[in-house]
Design a protein around this ligand. Structure first.
Ligand code: NAP
Length: 242
Protein backbone atom coordinates (compact mmCIF):
# COMPACT_ATOMS: atom_id res chain seq x y z
CA UNK A 1 0.00 0.00 0.00
CA UNK A 2 2.93 2.36 0.67
CA UNK A 3 4.06 1.52 -2.91
CA UNK A 4 4.19 4.52 -5.22
CA UNK A 5 4.17 7.09 -2.46
CA UNK A 6 6.58 9.98 -2.94
CA UNK A 7 9.32 10.35 -0.32
CA UNK A 8 11.72 13.26 0.07
CA UNK A 9 14.90 12.52 2.03
CA UNK A 10 17.07 15.50 2.95
CA UNK A 11 20.78 14.79 2.96
CA UNK A 12 19.72 11.70 1.07
CA UNK A 13 22.79 11.08 -1.08
CA UNK A 14 25.40 10.17 1.54
CA UNK A 15 25.67 8.35 4.87
CA UNK A 16 22.48 7.58 6.75
CA UNK A 17 20.36 9.48 4.23
CA UNK A 18 21.67 7.40 1.31
CA UNK A 19 20.69 4.21 3.15
CA UNK A 20 17.24 5.68 3.86
CA UNK A 21 16.73 6.71 0.22
CA UNK A 22 17.76 3.27 -1.03
CA UNK A 23 15.62 1.39 1.49
CA UNK A 24 12.58 3.48 0.53
CA UNK A 25 13.22 2.89 -3.18
CA UNK A 26 13.52 -0.87 -2.56
CA UNK A 27 10.18 -0.76 -0.73
CA UNK A 28 8.49 0.79 -3.77
CA UNK A 29 8.54 4.49 -2.90
CA UNK A 30 9.37 7.12 -5.51
CA UNK A 31 12.30 8.89 -3.88
CA UNK A 32 13.73 12.41 -4.15
CA UNK A 33 17.15 12.64 -2.47
CA UNK A 34 18.31 16.12 -1.51
CA UNK A 35 21.89 17.24 -0.94
CA UNK A 36 23.77 20.49 -0.32
CA UNK A 37 26.96 20.77 -2.34
CA UNK A 38 28.82 17.50 -2.85
CA UNK A 39 27.96 17.10 -6.55
CA UNK A 40 30.39 14.22 -7.11
CA UNK A 41 28.83 12.10 -4.35
CA UNK A 42 25.32 12.98 -5.57
CA UNK A 43 26.09 12.06 -9.18
CA UNK A 44 27.65 8.76 -8.12
CA UNK A 45 24.62 8.04 -5.93
CA UNK A 46 22.21 8.83 -8.77
CA UNK A 47 24.10 6.61 -11.23
CA UNK A 48 24.25 3.70 -8.78
CA UNK A 49 20.66 3.89 -7.55
CA UNK A 50 18.62 5.61 -10.28
CA UNK A 51 17.19 7.88 -7.55
CA UNK A 52 16.48 11.52 -8.53
CA UNK A 53 18.64 14.06 -6.70
CA UNK A 54 17.80 17.68 -5.84
CA UNK A 55 20.44 20.18 -4.79
CA UNK A 56 19.27 22.81 -2.31
CA UNK A 57 20.12 24.17 1.10
CA UNK A 58 17.59 22.95 3.66
CA UNK A 59 18.32 25.94 5.88
CA UNK A 60 16.99 28.34 3.23
CA UNK A 61 13.17 28.55 3.29
CA UNK A 62 12.77 29.99 -0.21
CA UNK A 63 14.99 27.31 -1.76
CA UNK A 64 13.07 24.59 0.07
CA UNK A 65 9.76 26.00 -1.14
CA UNK A 66 10.98 26.19 -4.73
CA UNK A 67 12.33 22.63 -4.69
CA UNK A 68 9.30 21.08 -2.99
CA UNK A 69 7.23 22.63 -5.81
CA UNK A 70 9.66 21.19 -8.39
CA UNK A 71 9.56 17.71 -6.83
CA UNK A 72 5.75 17.85 -6.69
CA UNK A 73 5.66 18.71 -10.38
CA UNK A 74 8.19 16.06 -11.39
CA UNK A 75 7.32 13.17 -9.05
CA UNK A 76 3.96 14.03 -7.47
CA UNK A 77 2.85 15.43 -4.11
CA UNK A 78 5.20 14.57 -1.28
CA UNK A 79 3.74 11.94 1.07
CA UNK A 80 6.82 11.29 3.20
CA UNK A 81 9.52 13.66 4.42
CA UNK A 82 12.62 12.45 6.20
CA UNK A 83 14.43 15.41 7.77
CA UNK A 84 17.87 13.85 7.84
CA UNK A 85 20.31 16.55 6.63
CA UNK A 86 22.64 17.58 9.41
CA UNK A 87 26.05 19.01 10.18
CA UNK A 88 28.39 19.41 13.13
CA UNK A 89 30.47 22.50 13.97
CA UNK A 90 31.92 21.37 17.27
CA UNK A 91 33.64 23.45 19.91
CA UNK A 92 33.25 24.23 23.60
CA UNK A 93 30.93 27.16 24.26
CA UNK A 94 33.70 29.51 25.39
CA UNK A 95 35.27 29.16 21.94
CA UNK A 96 32.13 28.78 19.82
CA UNK A 97 31.49 31.56 17.30
CA UNK A 98 28.01 32.86 16.43
CA UNK A 99 28.54 31.35 12.96
CA UNK A 100 29.10 27.87 14.41
CA UNK A 101 25.95 28.24 16.49
CA UNK A 102 23.79 29.59 13.66
CA UNK A 103 24.94 27.10 11.03
CA UNK A 104 24.03 24.10 13.17
CA UNK A 105 20.70 25.49 14.40
CA UNK A 106 19.67 26.54 10.88
CA UNK A 107 20.76 23.33 9.15
CA UNK A 108 19.69 20.81 11.76
CA UNK A 109 16.61 22.40 13.32
CA UNK A 110 15.19 25.23 11.18
CA UNK A 111 15.32 22.79 8.25
CA UNK A 112 12.62 20.74 9.99
CA UNK A 113 10.38 23.81 10.03
CA UNK A 114 11.25 24.68 6.42
CA UNK A 115 10.55 21.23 5.00
CA UNK A 116 7.50 20.48 7.12
CA UNK A 117 5.97 23.91 6.45
CA UNK A 118 6.32 23.42 2.69
CA UNK A 119 4.56 20.03 2.62
CA UNK A 120 2.06 20.26 5.46
CA UNK A 121 -0.78 22.01 3.62
CA UNK A 122 -0.76 19.42 0.85
CA UNK A 123 -0.60 16.58 3.40
CA UNK A 124 -3.57 18.07 5.27
CA UNK A 125 -5.59 18.36 2.06
CA UNK A 126 -4.86 14.71 1.20
CA UNK A 127 -5.37 13.42 4.77
CA UNK A 128 -2.06 11.59 4.70
CA UNK A 129 1.51 12.35 5.64
CA UNK A 130 4.58 10.84 7.25
CA UNK A 131 7.32 13.02 8.70
CA UNK A 132 10.39 11.49 10.31
CA UNK A 133 12.97 13.75 11.92
CA UNK A 134 16.46 12.45 12.57
CA UNK A 135 17.56 13.54 16.04
CA UNK A 136 20.52 12.17 17.93
CA UNK A 137 21.65 10.43 21.07
CA UNK A 138 23.53 13.67 21.75
CA UNK A 139 20.23 15.59 21.75
CA UNK A 140 18.98 13.17 24.41
CA UNK A 141 22.08 12.94 26.58
CA UNK A 142 24.08 16.09 25.72
CA UNK A 143 27.70 15.97 24.58
CA UNK A 144 30.83 17.91 25.51
CA UNK A 145 31.76 20.37 22.76
CA UNK A 146 28.34 20.23 21.11
CA UNK A 147 26.00 22.77 22.73
CA UNK A 148 24.85 23.84 19.24
CA UNK A 149 24.29 20.29 17.98
CA UNK A 150 22.70 19.03 21.21
CA UNK A 151 20.36 22.06 21.34
CA UNK A 152 19.30 21.59 17.71
CA UNK A 153 18.74 17.85 18.09
CA UNK A 154 16.92 18.26 21.37
CA UNK A 155 14.75 20.88 19.65
CA UNK A 156 13.89 18.31 17.01
CA UNK A 157 12.38 16.09 19.64
CA UNK A 158 10.13 18.94 20.92
CA UNK A 159 9.20 19.92 17.34
CA UNK A 160 8.18 16.31 16.68
CA UNK A 161 5.92 16.06 19.71
CA UNK A 162 4.18 19.38 18.98
CA UNK A 163 3.63 18.78 15.25
CA UNK A 164 2.41 15.24 15.87
CA UNK A 165 -0.49 16.70 17.87
CA UNK A 166 -1.39 19.06 15.04
CA UNK A 167 -1.24 16.38 12.35
CA UNK A 168 -3.05 13.52 14.09
CA UNK A 169 -6.59 14.43 13.01
CA UNK A 170 -5.41 14.71 9.40
CA UNK A 171 -3.71 11.33 9.08
CA UNK A 172 -0.25 12.85 9.41
CA UNK A 173 2.21 11.13 11.74
CA UNK A 174 5.37 12.82 12.97
CA UNK A 175 8.09 10.81 14.66
CA UNK A 176 11.77 11.09 15.46
CA UNK A 177 14.65 8.67 15.37
CA UNK A 178 17.58 9.21 17.71
CA UNK A 179 20.57 7.38 16.25
CA UNK A 180 23.57 6.51 18.34
CA UNK A 181 27.01 6.61 16.72
CA UNK A 182 26.75 5.44 13.12
CA UNK A 183 29.64 4.67 10.80
CA UNK A 184 29.44 7.57 8.31
CA UNK A 185 31.70 10.44 7.21
CA UNK A 186 30.36 12.49 10.15
CA UNK A 187 31.66 9.97 12.68
CA UNK A 188 34.82 9.21 10.71
CA UNK A 189 35.77 12.84 11.48
CA UNK A 190 35.96 11.97 15.20
CA UNK A 191 39.59 11.33 16.32
CA UNK A 192 40.31 7.55 16.53
CA UNK A 193 41.20 7.62 20.24
CA UNK A 194 37.87 9.33 21.05
CA UNK A 195 35.98 6.89 18.82
CA UNK A 196 37.55 3.92 20.61
CA UNK A 197 36.23 5.23 23.92
CA UNK A 198 32.78 5.74 22.41
CA UNK A 199 32.63 2.18 21.04
CA UNK A 200 33.66 0.84 24.45
CA UNK A 201 30.45 2.37 25.86
CA UNK A 202 28.15 0.70 23.29
CA UNK A 203 26.77 -2.56 24.73
CA UNK A 204 26.48 -4.03 21.21
CA UNK A 205 30.22 -3.43 20.82
CA UNK A 206 30.06 -1.74 17.42
CA UNK A 207 29.06 1.46 15.66
CA UNK A 208 25.64 1.54 14.04
CA UNK A 209 25.29 0.99 10.32
CA UNK A 210 23.34 3.45 8.18
CA UNK A 211 21.01 0.56 7.31
CA UNK A 212 20.12 0.17 11.02
CA UNK A 213 18.61 3.66 10.93
CA UNK A 214 16.94 3.16 7.52
CA UNK A 215 15.11 0.12 8.91
CA UNK A 216 13.53 2.35 11.59
CA UNK A 217 12.46 4.94 9.01
CA UNK A 218 10.76 2.28 6.85
CA UNK A 219 8.85 1.06 9.89
CA UNK A 220 7.63 4.55 10.83
CA UNK A 221 6.57 5.71 7.36
CA UNK A 222 4.53 2.66 6.42
CA UNK A 223 0.85 3.28 5.79
CA UNK A 224 0.16 0.67 8.48
CA UNK A 225 2.09 2.71 11.11
CA UNK A 226 -0.81 5.14 11.41
CA UNK A 227 -1.15 4.80 15.21
CA UNK A 228 2.51 5.66 15.88
CA UNK A 229 3.02 9.38 16.27
CA UNK A 230 5.00 11.74 18.50
CA UNK A 231 7.39 8.91 19.30
CA UNK A 232 11.16 8.86 19.42
CA UNK A 233 12.79 5.62 18.35
CA UNK A 234 16.29 5.28 19.79
CA UNK A 235 18.60 3.17 17.63
CA UNK A 236 21.90 3.15 19.46
CA UNK A 237 23.05 -0.39 20.29
CA UNK A 238 21.95 0.10 23.91
CA UNK A 239 24.29 3.05 24.55
CA UNK A 240 21.62 5.32 26.03
CA UNK A 241 18.20 4.35 27.35
CA UNK A 242 15.84 7.28 27.42
P1 NAP B 1 26.87 12.84 6.55
O1 NAP B 1 27.44 11.53 6.16
O2 NAP B 1 27.77 13.96 6.90
O3 NAP B 1 25.85 13.31 5.38
C1 NAP B 1 25.15 14.50 5.55
C2 NAP B 1 24.17 14.70 4.41
O4 NAP B 1 23.45 15.92 4.68
C3 NAP B 1 24.85 14.91 3.08
O5 NAP B 1 24.02 14.36 2.05
C4 NAP B 1 24.90 16.43 2.94
O6 NAP B 1 24.92 16.90 1.59
C5 NAP B 1 23.57 16.80 3.59
N1 NAP B 1 23.54 18.19 4.04
C6 NAP B 1 24.33 18.81 4.94
N2 NAP B 1 23.98 20.11 5.05
C7 NAP B 1 22.94 20.31 4.20
C8 NAP B 1 22.16 21.43 3.84
N3 NAP B 1 22.36 22.63 4.37
N4 NAP B 1 21.19 21.26 2.89
C9 NAP B 1 20.98 20.06 2.32
N5 NAP B 1 21.68 18.96 2.63
C10 NAP B 1 22.66 19.08 3.55
O7 NAP B 1 25.90 12.70 7.82
P2 NAP B 1 25.29 11.39 8.51
O8 NAP B 1 26.28 10.88 9.48
O9 NAP B 1 24.74 10.47 7.49
O10 NAP B 1 24.12 12.04 9.37
C11 NAP B 1 22.80 12.12 8.88
C12 NAP B 1 21.90 12.64 10.02
O11 NAP B 1 21.97 11.78 11.13
C13 NAP B 1 22.32 14.03 10.53
O12 NAP B 1 21.18 14.78 10.87
C14 NAP B 1 23.10 13.70 11.79
O13 NAP B 1 23.10 14.76 12.70
C15 NAP B 1 22.31 12.50 12.29
N6 NAP B 1 23.08 11.64 13.19
C16 NAP B 1 24.22 11.05 12.76
C17 NAP B 1 24.92 10.22 13.63
C18 NAP B 1 26.16 9.51 13.22
O14 NAP B 1 26.77 8.88 14.10
N7 NAP B 1 26.58 9.55 11.97
C19 NAP B 1 24.45 10.03 14.93
C20 NAP B 1 23.28 10.65 15.32
C21 NAP B 1 22.60 11.46 14.44
P3 NAP B 1 26.35 16.91 0.76
O15 NAP B 1 26.62 15.48 0.40
O16 NAP B 1 26.04 17.77 -0.41
O17 NAP B 1 27.37 17.48 1.68
Amino acid sequence: MSKGRVALVTGGTRGIGAAISTALRDAGYTVAANYAGNDAAAERFMEETGIAVYKFDVSNFEMVKENVAKITEELGPVDVVVNNAGITRDGTLHRMSPDQWDAVIQTNLSSCYNLSRCVIESMRERNFGRIVNIGSINGQAGQYGQVNYAAAKSGIHGFTKALSQEGAAKGITVNAIAPGYVDTDMVRAVPPNVLEKIIAKIPMGRLGRAEDIARGVLFLVADEADFITGATLSINGGQHMY
